[in-house]
Design a protein around this ligand. Structure first.
Ligand SMILES: Nc1ncnc2c1ncn2[C@@H]1O[C@H](COP(=O)(O)OP(=O)(O)OP(=O)(O)O)[C@@H](O)[C@H]1O
Ligand SMILES: Cc1ncc(CO)c(N)n1
Length: 265
């Protein structure tokens, strides 16, 4: 029988299907792995923005997580929208207790549209209890500025920021430069070295779900046994291709889209 690696996404639902758990499941599936999903909350959202968020209780998130981990053989986990301090605490406790091999944390704080997806009081729990368990954390520029409480403008400042965030305990930090001008350069800080992970900027309005897609692709590649650097480079190729294939769904920022299967290496 065909062997398939299992990836768990812990994230929120995006009713418009472009970001959140829907983006994660699509990505993991396109990368030919099996996706399980622990839902933290539900957003009423479309391509123009988020109109409402309803979070599940910490207890219910814990129950989903334990049910999945007690049964499936999860090879990697990715976290996205965690919403509340209660949910972040529960996830940190469960993941600390279990031997999680590959954990990718996308520290989602606000949607592309500017709407808040993480309570302010949850941030210190995220950094204090979850970051140290992570293989990779993937902040965007705004999230990184919140994490280090400094403005980040230049590539050199991005390098310093990635290094500073690594002091919070993750094995690697990928600081995404998607919201800058020019080439789409992300900075990876890993094993005391900085790597520039670069791709041409795609001229498109259809960028809904870029962050979710990238972090899910990294988790999926780690689940396949890839090392951190190649897992990130391959995920970067995947998001670049998905941006090229973005589609005009909705009247705002349409979703990225995947048109073909990537061959496994
Ligand atoms: N127009 C673009 N062309 C090429 N790459 C891009 C573009 N926009 C974003 N990226 C890349 O997409 C990935 C996600 O980065 P981004 O900074 O957009 O994350 P994010 O802000 O967390 O995403 P989201 O907008 O979904 O919240 C990064 O690798 C980034 O460089
Ligand atoms: C549910 C959800 N998670 C993450 C994001 C980040 O883009 C979003 N817009 N919606």
């Amino acid at each position: 029988m065909l062997h398939i690696n299992q990836v768990l996404t812990i994230a929120g639902s995006d009713s418009s299907g472009g970001a959140g758990i829907q983006a994660d499941i699509k990505t993991i599936t396109m990368l030919q792995n099996y996706a399980a999903s622990v839902i933290t909350g539900v957003t009423a959202q479309n391509t123009k923005g988020v109109s409402e968020v309803s979070m599940l209780s910490g207890e219910f998130v814990k129950q989903q997580l334990n049910d999945v981990l007690n049964d499936l053989e999860i090879n990697a986990i990715k976290t996205g929208m965690l919403g509340t301090a209660e949910v972040v605490s529960v996830i940190a406790s469960v993941l600390k207790e279990r031997e999680i091999k590959n954990l990718v944390i996308d520290p989602v704080m606000v949607a592309t549209s500017g709407d808040r997806l993480l309570d302010k009081e949850a941030i210190s729990i995220l950094t204090g209890r979850l970051f140290s368990l992570a293989t990779v954390v993937t902040p965007n520029l705004t999230e990184a500025e919140v994490l280090i409480d400094k403005e980040i403008n230049t590539l050199l400042e991005m390098e310093d920021a990635a290094k500073e965030i690594s002091n919070l305990g993750p094995t690697a930090v990928l600081l995404k430069g998607g919201h800058r001008e020019g080439k789409a350069i992300d900075l990876l800080y890993y094993k005391d070295k900085t790597h520039r992970i670069s791709a041409p900027r795609i001229k498109t309005e259809n960028t809904h779900g870029t962050g979710c897609t990238l972090s899910s692709a990294i988790a999926s590649n780690l689940a396949d046994g890839m090392e951190i650097l190649p897992a990130i480079k391959k995920a970067k190729d995947f998001i670049t291709s998905s941006l090229k294939n973005g589609i005009n769904v909705g009247k705002g920022r349409g979703p990225v889209n995947h048109l073909w299967r990537f061959e496994k290496i």
